[in-house]
Each structure stands twice: as structure tokens, then as C-alpha cells.
Write a protein of this length. Structure first.
Length: 451
């Protein structure tokens, strides 16, 4: 397991009876992350011998027909796509394409990008399993550049240590947190409901910091007079949360904290009347298909869908459902005269299959999106389960990688559908991209249509 030590730290709860937090550090021998696999190691050696870059060697390997799996109709039910049906051991071509994009965003070489992002799928699997196994005591997870962090209310279960030690990076597992993430999210929702009742508030957002338990409220008032009347103390006190040191509340007054929404075959990522299409959806219990996008992109009765230039063609689609509220910012249309597929555009004229759909994304994980204005851009998850005025369960990224016209487009990681783009919001001193988790389509009985 590679257990290093257990270090106590100051408890965040009031009262002398609260036990101190204790950190167990695992995998200390894995301090220098060097992601390796048999095939990747051979490619690295070949690139060094040839004097070529690793990126060129990886691209050539993935594009070589001899490295691709033998395809059947079941492998490509909706026809061929741009992303090769090949992999480098456990890393799919789609994941490697996204790692290249993330590395470019961060100014890293491909090798540095692989070391930073290639273990994300393993981390997400552990985080999702721990949250599912221990919903009442799981206090959160965060993926860092070269390590991982997990925490629990009370003692960390032995199973958590076992699963965390399987990761190829150093891991910190914290015990005796004074709240679970579910409790933190509930407190944030109480505060959000109080802000919804306030007069003179133009817009607001609430988010929590997974490590500190702190809750931030960014608020934009109707006018300066209202802002001067409402002090931070008057604003953040609620009967349910006042005086609880576990959940410190910070209120930031801003002139610009409000949400800015960016507004043959048919597939996600196509143009949609000033927005971008997201993913095709399938009703869970029948064969009904819909085209998923953002709710604010489907407030009319019809929209025009357009493929990218390599495929061409367009059609008028009818709006079937639209919502902006407790299920985030989601909507869907029919497919007009086009045939739905399980594919989506991950970049201009480049397609891949949707093979999975994520749950609520974990803090620190990398995500990419496509929009008809920005093209393909990538970032990492900064806040999850955020409330932005009436919109619930939103996700904010570490930076702004979107622009007007991107709304409704797909957020993804490899072949995993992650979310539907909404816009941008100012939070924590930075402008950040915002999306709705794709799993929330299940509230309407739909899910991302997958291969």
C-alpha cells in the first residue's frame, strides 16, 4: 500500500470534543509520476531513436491501420468517425487526443500531459465508487496535478485506503472531517434559497470549496444603493447556518457576477441557430431519440441544425422540451429530416463515438468542450454542484474556455459525455466556463445515446 504516516491537523469543528483530522499518506514511493505502459514505452524509445517528438510518434501509431482493432458493424453502428478505433494499452485514441489538447492549453509537452492526465479514469473510478459506497461519510475528492486527495467524515473506511492505494500517484486520505460533502451541499442549498428570496438581487451564485468547507456567494445587485444597504453580515446569516464554524460563508459583491449564456446525419457539436448541439439522447425505456442542448437555446419553437462542412446539410428541428432551473440548463429537440447517431463533433469536422456518460464531475478532473465559436478547448473542474440564481447542480471550470455561440455544445473526456455548455460566470476572482452535467437528462427519462 505504501503507507507513509498519519498526520493530525486542527479540527474545523467547534467544541473540545471534536476529534482532530488525521491524514494518511499512501504511495509515497510514487512521488515522481511517470505514467508508463508497455506500448507507450516502446513508442517513446522509437521516437527517441528516430529523433522525432513523442506527439508525432503517438499520432503516427494511432493513425496506422495495423494498430486499430478489426472493425465490425457493431463497432461503428453509425459509420466511421475521425477518432481512430485504436488505443495505447488502456489509453484510447480519444483520451490521447484530449490529453494533447489539455497539454497545449497548459503549455506542457505531450509526455508531461500524459503524466498529468493519463490516470484520470482510474481516479474517477475510485472517487465514484467511494461516493457510492459511503454517501453519508464521503467528504470529497480532488485530483491534483501529480497526486490525489480523498476525505471522510469520521474514520476513513479500510476499503477507501485499499482503493486509493491502487492509484499510480501519491494519495492523501483524510479522516475525521466534521461534515460529509452531501451535508456541505445541503447547507449551500439552504443559503441559495435565502438569496432567492432577497429583494434587489439581480443574480447570484453559490459554490463550496471541497477542502475548507467554505461557501462563497457572488452577488450582483440591481443598483448601488441596494448594495450599500445590504451588508455582508446581513446577507450571509441564515437561521440554519448562522454561527456554524464548519461552513464559513463569504459574500462577494460584484458588478459582473451574473451568468452570461453563450448562445443525412445529425450529431452533437453541430450548429443550432446561434448555439451548438450537445449529444443525441435516447429515452431509457423506449427507442425515442432527441437532440440534447442547453435550455436557453430551446426557448422558441424551432431551430436550424447544421452539420460541419465535411458532412454538410442542415434541417429544421422542433423544440420538444426546455428547462432552466432545478435540473440545470437543458433542452432537447427532434431531429428534423436527419438521422440521429451516437457520435459527436469533438473538434471542427472531427467526430467520435459517445461510449459512456459521467456522473457529477470530480474537482480537478480535465474536461474538453466543442463550441461553434471557440472550437475545441479544455480546462479542469473547479467547482461542482453550484447554484447560479435559479440554475442548480452546475459545474464551473478553472478558466474561461468558451465564447458566445458555444452554448448547448458538448463537454466530454475521451468518449465519455460529461456535460452541456451554458456560458460563463465570475466566481472566486476569475471568469469561468459553466456547464450542466449530462446525467441530469435522466430526470426526463433520457440519457446520452451511447455506442
Amino acid at each position: 500500500m505504501g503507507l507513509l504516516l498519519a498526520a493530525p491537523s486542527a479540527s474545523s469543528a467547534s467544541g473540545p470534543e471534536a476529534p482532530a483530522e488525521v491524514s494518511v499518506f499512501l504511495n509515497s514511493e510514487k512521488q515522481n509520476v511517470d505514467f508508463s505502459s508497455p506500448t507507450l514505452d516502446r513508442i517513446k524509445k522509437s521516437a527517441k531513436a528516430d529523433g522525432s517528438s513523442l506527439q508525432v510518434a503517438v499520432d503516427n501509431y494511432l493513425a496506422n491501420p495495423s494498430t486499430a482493432s478489426r472493425l465490425t458493424i457493431a463497432d461503428e453502428p453509425d459509420g466511421p468517425v475521425s477518432t481512430p478505433n485504436s488505443s495505447i494499452d488502456l489509453l484510447t485514441a480519444g483520451e490521447l487526443e484530449d490529453i494533447e489538447a489539455m497539454a497545449a492549453e497548459d503549455g506542457l509537452s505531450l509526455e508531461e500531459g500524459i503524466n498529468r492526465y493519463a490516470w484520470q479514469a482510474e481516479f474517477v473510478a475510485v472517487a465514484d465508487e467511494l461516493e457510492a459506497l459511503y454517501p453519508d461519510t464521503f467528504s470529497g475528492a480532488e485530483k491534483l496535478d501529480t497526486s490525489a486527495w480523498f476525505a471522510f467524515k469520521g474514520a476513513a473506511p479500510a476499503k477507501a485506503l485499499e482503493l486509493a492505494s491502487s492509484l499510480p500517484v501519491p494519495v492523501e486520505v483524510v479522516s475525521n472531517r466534521q461534515y460529509s460533502e452531501a451535508e456541505l451541499a445541503r447547507v449551500m442549498e439552504i443559503i441559495a434559497r435565502e438569496w432567492e428570496k432577497k429583494n434587489g438581487v439581480r443574480s447570484f451564485s453559490t459554490a463550496y470549496e471541497i477542502r475548507s468547507g467554505g461557501i462563497t456567494v457572488d452577488v450582483e445587485y440591481d443598483d448601488a444603493a441596494t448594495a450599500s444597504r445590504l451588508s455582508a453580515g446581513e446577507a450571509d446569516g441564515t437561521p440554519e447556518t448562522a454561527g456554524d464554524p464548519r461552513f464559513p460563508v463569504t459574500v462577494n459583491v460584484s458588478a459582473g457576477s451574473g451568468l452570461i449564456q453563450q448562445d443525412n446525419y445529425i450529431r452533437g457539436g453541430g450548429g443550432l441557430s446561434g448555439c451548438t448541439a450537445g449529444f443525441n439522447l435516447k429515452y431509457i425505456s423506449t427507442d425515442t431519440k432527441r437532440l440534447g442542448t442547453a435550455g436557453h437555446c430551446t426557448t422558441g419553437t424551432t431551430s436550424k441544425y447544421s452539420n460541419h462542412s465535411s458532412a454538410g446539410g442542415s434541417t429544421t428541428v422542433d423544440v420538444v422540451w426546455s428547462s432552466q432551473g432545478s435540473w440545470g440548463d437543458l433542452g432537447y429537440t427532434n431531429h428534423g429530416t436527419k438521422t440521429p447517431t451516437r457520435t459527436f463533433y469533438h473538434d471542427w469536422n472531427k467526430t467520435r463515438y459517445a461510449d459512456n456518460r459521467s456522473t457529477m464531475p470530480t474537482v480537478g478532473t480535465s474536461v474538453c468542450h466543442f463550441g461553434t465559436t471557440s472550437g475545441k478547448r479544455c480546462s479542469t473542474v473547479k467547482y461542482r454542484d453550484v447554484t447560479i440564481s435559479s440554475l442548480k447542480h452546475m459545474v464551473l471550470t478553472n478558466s474561461n474556455v468558451s465564447a458566445g455561440g458555444d452554448s448547448g455544445g458538448p463537454w466530454y473526456h475521451g468518449g465519455t459525455a460529461v456535460g452541456i455548455h451554458t456560458g460563463i460566470v465570475s466566481k472566486g476572482g476569475a471568469v469561468r466556463s459553466v456547464f450542466t452535467p449530462a446525467y441530469l437528462f435522466q430526470n426526463r427519462g433520457y440519457d446520452v445515446w451511447q455506442r
